[in-house]
Design a protein around this ligand. Structure first.
Ligand SMILES: O=P(O)(O)OC[C@H]1O[C@H](O)[C@H](O)[C@@H](O)[C@@H]1O
Length: 445
């Protein structure tokens, strides 16, 4: 099972203070369970793992198989919650050099629709020339500009290269049941579609088709992913005592740290495959808690890589940070440090050791150094990188986020602030309907 250790925060905050959150956490859990808190229209994620049916998984797997059978490359078009969950899981489970392998056993997964870079899109369309590629268009609103723009380009390219009939087979849409341009297009073109439930917000949607379809296309076991999440749903359930409930403890500890002046949480990994888990986590916590002029700033680093760039700041910079480390207990492969007679590099003291042993000592050494340097440290241990444990980790963070947002006193399920840039961009681009905003913004320039 995934475990959470908060011992290394106790030099900074009192254990009693963390445990004093018990009643407040219980109230937050009740607000989630009964739907009496802010944002209660968006609680569909809460019991999602335990309510996913076998038929739904079979439908997803059958659609994934169509893409696997007909595509060398699959492009996932989506932004924020509409791609980060899938990318987090796929990259955590994939070979680090998946796209460089001579023989591909699954389609190469590529992401688009999460930026408006002309060079990115140009280079992508160049790469896709002569490739048998498919598309998964993911947008809850169905109107997000970044995604819609990429999809417009790629849909046309797919149809031009593969013909309308094949394109219809290898393009799948995941969007709202009724609203939005993505739905209108999908219905008109006759694409296979999956629905994003109304009551599941984008950043909580990884266990809906938004995450599950791309993950299945990439060749991973979505049943195990959901099973891990469902077991975590139980482990973080309302009946589990506070002291044994990892979501409750994590939510309480980070809120107590925040109160004590630790305004930035850095999610740390020692395995580069987890980079996108951190990106997913940053959206989850950033959009959920950063509002009403409050909220821990979620940051992330990949160690030991970033110890050689951000390590200095973390060790000796302003003491406003704490770290949450995701540690993977057992690696999937074995590699020993070879011995070398000449020992010119002086590394013979490591000869015969597993590389992971060196990494684990880097991890332990870093924890001790950072705690000594004034950085409270929490540690989440995953037994290994597998669908089951990743599924558990994702649900753990979601449940803790719901609780934590209520402890902070915000609505964890909206993101009104994200609209500000969109309004300005549309005004600057003279989008129909934004005439007044266009005039106002021109006056500001
Ligand atoms: O799925 P979509 O409607 O395209 O939204 C994609 C993302 O962009 C929005 O602006 C929100 O800030 C995110 O919460 C959301 O996940």
């Amino acid at each position: 099972m995934i475990s959470l250790n908060i011992e290394k925060t106790f030099g900074f905050i009192a254990k009693e203070k963390v445990f004093a959150y018990e009643a407040e956490v219980k109230a937050a859990q009740e607000m989630l369970a009964k739907g009496t808190g802010k944002g209660n229209d968006f609680l569909g994620w809460l019991h999602l793992p335990s309510s996913i049916s076998k038929e739904h998984l079979a439908d997803l797997k059958a659609t994934a198989q169509v893409l696997r059978d007909n595509c060398e490359v699959v492009v996932v078009a989506g932004i924020g919650g509409s791609y980060l969950g899938a990318r987090a899981v796929i990259e955590a489970l994939s070979n680090s050099f998946a796209w460089l392998q001579d023989k591909q056993t699954s389609p190469i997964m590529i992401y688009a629709g999460h930026n408006i870079s002309e060079d990115y899109l140009y280079e992508l369309t160049e790469y896709l020339k002569n490739k048998k590629f498919g598309l998964i268009n993911i947008s809850k609103s169905g109107t997000t500009t970044e995604t819609a723009l990429a999809f417009r380009l790629l849909k046309k390219q797919c149809e031009d290269q593969r013909g309308k009939e094949t394109a219809q087979k290898v393009i799948v849409a995941i969007t709202d049941a009724e609203k939005g341009a993505a739905r209108i297009t999908a219905d008109k073109e006759g694409y296979k579609t999956f629905i994003i439930p109304d009551n599941v917000g984008g950043r909580f949607s990884v266990l809906t088709p938004v995450g599950l379809l791309p993950i299945a296309v990439a060749g991973f076991d979505i049943e195990q992913l959901v099973a891990g999440a469902a077991d975590m749903e139980k482990a973080c359930g309302d009946q589990v005592p506070f002291a044994e409930n990892p979501a409750a403890i994590y939510a309480a500890t980070r809120n107590e740290l925040y109160k004590s002046g630790k305004k930035i949480e850095i999610l740390v990994n020692f395995c580069p495959k987890l980079h996108y888990v951190s990106e997913w986590w940053k959206q989850l916590y950033g959009e959920s808690e950063g509002k009403d002029n409050k909220g821990i700033f979620p940051a992330a680093v990949d160690f030991s890589t970033d110890l050689h760039s951000m390590g200095q700041w973390i060790q000796e910079g302003e003491r406003s940070i704490f770290e949450t480390v995701i540690s993977v207990d057992k690696v999937n492969h074995k590699l020993e440090v070879p011995s070398d007679e000449a020992n010119l590099d002086g590394l013979n003291f490591l000869a015969g050791k597993r590389v992971d042993e060196v990494n684990k000592m880097a991890e332990l050494g870093t924890q001790l150094a950072h705690v000594d340097g004034g950085v409270p440290n929490m540690r989440i241990v995953l037994p290994e990188l597998s669908e089951y444990y990743i599924g558990g980790l994702l649900y753990f963070f979601e449940k803790a986020c719901g609780i934590s947002g209520y402890l902070l006193g915000v609505n964890p399920f909206n993101q009104p602030g994200v609209e500000a840039y969109k309004k300005n961009m549309f005004a600057l681009l003279n989008k129909p309907g934004y005439e007044e905003d266009s005039k106002a913004i021109q006056a500001k320039l």
